[in-house]
Design a protein around this ligand. Structure first.
Ligand code: P5A
Length: 477
């Protein structure tokens, strides 16, 4: 691929910055000729691969991975009324096999409840079969009519992690909602992406759910991005699909269910939250290259420098770092630019002077420079990468805190949502939410807020003055 050496647009022009970084840092190619479908570049996929390895590990603690078919018969898809209403405008239908029209049209899954639950009805017989906790990581298709955007609003979601659990009681299902939220918080802490958890208003819950708890982050332009949702399904689907079990007394009961999902929006969040004007900034845990070694080759000591760099690469690989030696015949400055754009957390420079002094120079992606003793290089890098992860976590949390504004009036809310998220008092009624939304040109996205960056309280609703409690108002992706 040809090397581009132009500067990125400043991150204050976030939308432009985002579009440019996707190709300059080789994350996605947006030229695929179907709207809403994009192609992963290997570097972007490397980030996805590591992030999803973390997600898989978290899920595997307490769930089992599986894989269901992509195609769902219309007869199954159309069974749950609310679910149909929520998704019918977003479904792609397969109607033909070759030149033959199919007897039963097949939906490309927009999500897999209606593929999985008929099978759960066959599998679950007794209370001893419960709880059942399965997940899959698959592609799903949604004919989105809002503006599509790479990694953020896709028509083919390539990395849809969906979990579907079944429980004997509502209490157990409610407890599972909390377990899922904890898993998602841990996942995002690994990605160094700060989040806010809140309960979606009833009209904004998942189609077919009792209630939805969402995980949002705040993007650099102040809009929120929903990067995960956990749904309490109650017995809506179990009644539709006859998911029943025999309890200890021999009586048939409807099961209670939850489901929860994360998509490649998680990768969009990593890119957007940490990146800067020089390119990506990747947390060490998800960087496809953690350490890049750049030999500083001058004159006659070329072979000696390359041998020292190769030995260092070998040592770092053995120590478990994902390491790349960049021995291309290019100026060091061009290499620095290349790897900074791609977000590599740490660059190690090895030149003749370092060989003489038995040192190497380590420079983090955020520009912190340290001279390390060559003998203690593994320990040195381990601690620098640890500190680097903490540094970007703090930067991200501070940036999020700066974008959260307490607002007491509609005017203050309207001002706050121009560049961030407003925390207001709201009585919980749809009528007041509509008033607020019309007045401030943003949405009431959630209440029952959980975030250590937000102090929640009771107070008069900013629309009607009646008793209210803290709620989030934001422009959303
Ligand atoms: C939970 C998993 C569901 O589909 N069924 C199985 C439930 N929930 S959801 O809220 O509709 O989607 C889960 C998360 O997926 C992301 N997401 C998307 N990402 C990219 N492009 C899209 N078109 C898209 N739609 C949803 C969101 O992060 C959402 O929270």
């Amino acid at each position: 691929m040809e090397e581009d050496t132009g500067a990125l647009p400043g991150k204050e022009n976030f939308s432009e910055w985002y579009n440019e970084i996707l190709w300059r840092a080789e994350i996605m190619d947006v030229r695929y000729p179907v709207k809403g479908l994009y192609v992963w570049h290997p570097h972007g996929f490397g980030i996805r691969k590591r992030a999803y390895a973390i997600l898989r590990d978290l899920m595997d603690r307490d769930h089992t991975e599986t894989m269901f078919p992509l195609l769902i018969p219309k007869t199954e898809f159309m069974k749950e009324a609310e679910h149909i209403k929520g998704f019918e405008d977003e479904v792609y239908w397969v109607t033909h096999g070759g030149r033959n029209e199919l007897d039963v049209p097949l939906a490309l899954r927009p999500t897999s409840e209606t593929a999985i639950y008929p099978m759960y009805a066959l599998w679950i017989r007794s209370h001893t079969d419960l709880p059942l906790k399965l997940y899959q990581i698959v592609n799903t298709f949604r004919y989105e009519t809002k503006h599509t955007r790479p990694l953020i609003r896709l028509r083919e979601i390539t990395s849809f992690k969906e979990a579907h659990t079944v429980h004997a009681t509502r209490e157990e299902a409610a407890a599972q909602v909390e377990i899922a939220l904890d898993l998602y918080l841990e996942f995002y802490e690994n990605l160094r992406v700060p989040v806010i958890v809140s309960r979606r208003p009833a009209w904004d819950k998942f189609p077919g759910a009792d209630y939805t708890i969402a995980v949002d982050t705040i993007m650099p332009d102040g809009k929120t991005l929903q990067i995960g949702t956990v749904h309490m399904l109650g017995d809506h689907f179990s009644r539709t699909y006859e998911i029943t079990y025999e309890d200890a007394n021999g009586e048939r009961q409807y099961a209670c269910q939850t489901c929860y999902g994360i998509s490649e929006r998680s990768i969009a969040a990593v890119i957007s939250i940490h990146g800067d004007d020089k390119g990506l900034v990747l947390p060490p845990g998800v960087a496809p290259v953690e350490v890049v070694i750049v030999p500083i080759i001058v004159g006659k000591r070329r072979d000696e420098v390359l041998a020292a760099a190769t030995a260092l690469e070998e040592e770092l690989r053995c120590a478990g770092f994902i390491t790349r030696l960049d021995s291309r015949d290019m100026r060091p400055g061009a290499k620095y630019y290349h790897w900074e754009m791609r977000g590599v957390p740490l660059r190690i420079e090895v030149g003749p002077r370092d060989i003489d002094a038995n040192t190497v120079v380590a420079v983090t992606r955020t520009g912190r420079k340290t001279t390390l003793d060559r003998r203690g290089v593994v320990e040195g890098i381990t601690s620098i990468l640890g500190e680097f992860g903490d540094e970007i976590w703090k930067t991200a949390r501070d940036a999020m805190a700066d974008k959260i504004v307490m607002a007491d009036t509609l005017d203050a809310t309207a001002a706050a949502v121009k560049s961030g998220v407003a925390v207001v008092h709201w009585c919980g009624s749809q009528e007041c939410a509509e008033k607020i939304e019309a007045a401030v040109d943003a949405s009431v996205i959630g209440s029952e807020i959980r975030s250590d960056l937000i102090a929640v309280s009771d107070g008069p609703c900013i629309a009607c003055g009646e008793k209210g409690t803290s709620a989030l108002v934001a422009r959303t992706y």
